[in-house]
Design a binder for this molecule. Structure first.
Ligand code: BDP
Length: 326
């Protein structure tokens, strides 16, 4: 009798445990635009392992690489509404949806990548993260995307060299203003379409960092990469705010810790692989032009700042924080 009761009790307990873990275990989908060979792809795969381990399988992350879940602006919206849970996003296309994120899209706002991280780790980063979280897209960790420079079929050493060129930019009015201020014709376009557009001459040039320039073959259809380094835009490992807040405090900590560890891994990979990407494209015949004096580019951006800040005076504070950060 005791034994029977014991067995039944055991059975009931086992079923309850099974049921409760089945009910609370979740599978999250993650968006990544990059392919194999890009540091972010390896970091997102690592993130999936780390989340699985840290949450003991309570949260399973399924990563979709190569932008198969949609273009970046679409994927940002999907994460905001919770149709996709996680994304490795560039803050550029987040700016049109979350104004505070636009700080990083002001050309030359950061002096260097370390300066950008110092701003993100201070009050500026807190303000941006809070606004993004309120908009449904909570950053768990910041990652490195180096600096973006122009590439075209000719060197771009001064803003005058951009005059008359059709340049592909990411979706953000600040980038169209940036190209227009140099006399160029901005062409906002999805990342997936850029290689073909360069190849067929639909655009004359584009701008990006070395790993992206290499990874999707833009270097195969261009001749010159000119180190203007006009934008230093961070990226994030972002999660839908509601899904994240629905986790227990313990699970939130586990997921956040996993994201931070994956971000540290990404930054290490970035340092090595962005140098390697530069060497690889040079070996493939790309002329990489150093620009001795970037002041003319910076000066050309004065009207971009003026117009943006007079239309968005509430962004002055963030700009001041960034400019006063050592
Ligand atoms: C890459 C970013 C990616 C952007 C892409 C672009 O990592 O998020 O979508 O640039 O230019 O460097 O669209």
């Amino acid at each position: 009798m005791y034994q029977k009761l014991g067995k039944t009790l055991f059975g009931a307990l086992a079923a309850a445990t099974l049921f409760s873990s089945a009910a609370s275990a979740e599978t999250w989908r993650a968006w990544n635009i990059h392919n194999d060979g890009h540091p972010n792809t390896a970091a997102m795969d690592r993130l999936a392992e780390l989340i699985g381990e840290a949450t003991s399988g309570e949260v399973t992350l399924e990563v979709f690489h190569g932008g198969v879940l949609g273009s970046q602006p679409d994927a940002i919206e999907q994460v905001r509404i919770g149709a996709i849970e996680v994304g490795n996003f560039n803050l550029g296309p987040i700016g049109p949806m979350v104004k505070e994120a636009n700080l990083v899209s002001l050309p030359f706002i950061f002096k260097s990548v370390p300066h950008m991280f110092r701003v993100l780790e201070g009050e500026g980063g807190e303000i941006m993260a809070a606004a993004m979280g309120d908009a449904g897209i909570l950053p768990l960790a910041w990652i490195d995307a180096g600096a973006r420079s122009f590439y075209a079929q000719k060197p771009i050493n001064t803003p005058a060299d951009v005059e008359g060129l059709k340049i592909r930019v990411m979706n953000n009015d600040l980038y169209t203003a940036m190209i227009s201020a140099m006399g160029g014709n901005p062409s906002p376009m999805a990342f997936s379409e850029v290689q073909q557009a360069l190849k067929t001459g639909v655009v004359d040039g584009a701008e990006n960092n070395f790993p992206s320039f290499k990874n999707v073959g833009h270097y195969e259809v261009t001749t010159n990469y000119s180190l203007s380094e006009h934008l230093i835009i961070p990226e994030c490992i972002c999660v839908n705010t509601t899904k994240f807040n629905a986790l227990s405090a313990e699970m939130q900590e586990a997921v956040r810790g996993a994201a931070q560890e994956a971000a540290a891994y990404q930054r290490e990979l970035w340092a090595v692989q962005s140098e390697q990407a530069r060497k690889d494209v040079e070996a493939a015949g790309i002329a990489v032009n150093e620009i001795e004096n970037k002041a003319p580019f910076q000066d050309a951006m004065a009207s971009v700042y003026e117009d943006y800040l007079s239309a968005n005076p509430d962004m002055r504070k963030l700009v001041e924080i960034a400019q006063s950060t050592e």
